[in-house]
Design a binder for this molecule. Structure first.
Ligand code: NAP
Length: 290
């Protein structure tokens, strides 16, 4: 049987895919470096996969402001090269995109066909990737997700757990809204969809929103994380968690206020409903117990 090929190995999504598909082939950066798009075809030619999932990306949102050309190569030119490889072989190319393709106005969840208007360089590089893959055509699935975290890795959850164990007071942004998405829920749904899509008479190429259900702010997420930490007897020093506006926590890259994603298309197309973000957090924190 042909293997599943995953680009990326150590990132949150790649690790979550590995949890469900330990027999897939995972290519780490030292083998498939997405900053060299022209070398990718030759590398991919060594495998004979039934599908390729690109779990690697330039994800450093603030650094992208000063490295936009590198971010664009990694997030757009390389995905385009991989999409061409897949299209030539008539196999699916699976790619991830982001809520950051939107400008964050209003409070209505974004639908797949709403007009993107990224506020920052990372968002522009990811949007360029979406457009480049769609232009290649072929069999492709692009999943836009939001606020991804896992038990391991550099993410908001682990930052809050660390800061809550070190400080008495935390000030957390309360005017950006979206859905924290547990990497394993994301990976499981992606794998189910790839399998289902391959059985359909016509491959359902396109963009799909995919995040855990429900909505909160970073502040609301932090409150829940710390509550879990207390319940699990993890070290917690923090006594006050204060909500602040984005303006009180300036960062190089602008972030959208409204990151809500409408996930009804994965329901209507594949009958997939994602668990709530609270279920995601519960499942992830279970791993912290062990
Ligand atoms: N994290 C989020 O909150 C979020 C939100 C929305 C969308 N997404 C999208 O979801 C996908 C998965 O994100 P994630 O959270 O799993 O990301 P992640 O944990 O930051 O992992 C990204 C991976 O990409 C690899 N990478 C970076 N530059 C590379 C290069 N030039 N060549 C090869 N590999 C490279 C990194 O390799 P090293 O391990 O060697 O550094 C890392 O393993 C990405 O497409 C991301 O844009 C993420």
């Amino acid at each position: 049987m042909k293997p599943l090929l995953v680009i990326g190995s150590r990132g949150q999504l790649a690790q979550a895919i590995r949890h469900f598909r330990p027999n897939a082939i995972f290519l780490e950066r030292s083998i498939a470096d997405l900053s060299h798009p022209h070398k990718l075809t030759e590398i991919l030619e060594q495998y004979d996969p039934y599908a390729v999932i690109n779990a690697a990306a330039y994800t450093s949102v603030d650094n992208a402001e000063s490295e936009e050309s590198l971010a664009t190569i990694v997030n757009s030119q390389s995905p385009a090269a991989m999409a061409i490889y897949c299209a030539r072989r008539h196999i699916p190319f699976v790619h991830l995109s982001t809520d950051y393709v939107f400008n964050g106005s209003g409070d209505i969840p974004w639908r797949e066909d709403d007009s993107p208007e990224p506020l920052n360089a990372y968002g522009r590089s990811k949007l360029a990737g979406e457009d480049a893959i769609a232009r290649v055509g072929g069999k492709y699935l692009i999943f836009r997700t939001s606020w991804v975290y896992d038990a391991e890795g550099r993410n908001f959850l682990n930052s809050i757990l660390r800061l809550a164990s070190e400080r008495e007071e935390l000030r957390i942004i309360n005017d950006q809204f979206g859905a924290p998405t547990y990497a394993r829920h994301l990976a499981r749904a992606i794998l189910m969809i790839v399998d289902a899509a391959l059985k359909l008479p016509k491959f359902p190429s396109g963009i799909y929103n995919m995040c855990n259900k429900g909505v909160t702010s970073w502040y609301g997420f932090a409150i829940e994380i710390v509550q879990y930490a207390r319940d699990l007897d993890l070290p917690v020093k923090v006594r006050h968690i204060l909500p602040i506006p984005t303006t009180e926590y300036p960062l190089p890259a602008k972030r959208p206020h409204n990151s809500r994603l409408d996930c009804s298309k994965i329901k209507s197309t594949f009958d997939i409903t994602m668990p709530s973000w609270q279920e995601g957090l519960t499942a992830c924190m279970e791993l912290k117990k062990k």
